[in-house]
Ligand binder design. Structure first.
Ligand SMILES: O=P(O)(O)OC[C@H]1O[C@H](OP(=O)(O)OP(=O)(O)O)[C@H](O)[C@@H]1O
Ligand code: HPA
Ligand SMILES: [Mg+2]
Length: 187
């Protein structure tokens, strides 16, 4: 799908595909350097993190294991409900493992704040976060994110894993939705 197929649904392209891919390679290089000689477990947060996880994992030179958790706090709307539900737990025991959570976005921070305390209680050797996007103006709980792609404005974004009502995840870039699509003001 490319930018001319946006139709009337998207307002603009915020981060084009080439910039996303360059950033993923940069993050992978940092992670490779920091985890050299360590047995790394990437934990992707379904479903939003599918694209960043797939691209990041392939950009790493060192071997890494991958596992997935599914949590949901947004339902089909554009605002976090604040209530995080586990829809799928890890298959792996993370006791004494070097765990890197891979996320698409830190918006309110509620999902990651909950996830970090949940995973920390399982006794990993280390626990860090890699997030592609962060909205500094929307954060309600500070999240210590070691590997960050981009800070973005406080607008609802879609693409590269991010959805609105399960649509637009397969866009190769990140864009903002036209307000008429969700009938909102961008909040
Ligand atoms: O910082 P927060 O305000 O908590 O928002 C960030 C989270 O919300 C989205 O997931 P969602 O719950 O919509 O599920 P999804 O990944 O399946 O789209 C996104 O993928 C993050 O996981
Ligand atoms: O801006 C967003 N877009 C899509 N999903 C999201 N989940 C949290 N914030 C967002
Ligand atoms: Mg979502």
């Amino acid at each position: 799908m490319d930018e001319k197929d946006l139709g009337a649904d998207l307002a603009k392209v915020l981060i084009p595909e080439d910039q996303l891919q360059a950033k993923v390679r940069e993050l992978a290089a940092q992670i490779d350097a920091d985890y050299a000689g360590k047995d790394l477990l990437l934990v992707g947060v379904l479903k939003g993190a599918v694209m960043i996880m797939a691209d990041l994992a392939r950009a790493l030179h060192a071997p890494a294991s991958m596992d997935w958790m599914a949590v949901s706090s947004y339902g089909s709307g554009t605002k976090s409900s604040g209530v995080v539900r586990i829809l799928k737990d890890l298959d792996t025991d993370i006791l004494d493992r070097h765990v890197l959570i891979v996320e698409d976005i830190i918006d309110s921070g509620l999902t990651l704040s909950w996830l970090v305390s949940n995973l920390r209680s399982r006794g990993p050797a280390s626990l860090q976060i890699c997030a592609l996007l962060r909205k500094p103006e929307a954060v309600k709980t500070e999240i210590d994110c070691k590997y960050l792609g981009f800070d973005i404005p406080n607008e609802f974004v879609v693409g590269y894993g991010l959805d609105y009502a399960e649509k637009y995840r397969n866009l190769p870039f990140v864009g903002t939705l036209a307000p008429h699509v969700y009938g909102g003001d961008g909040a």
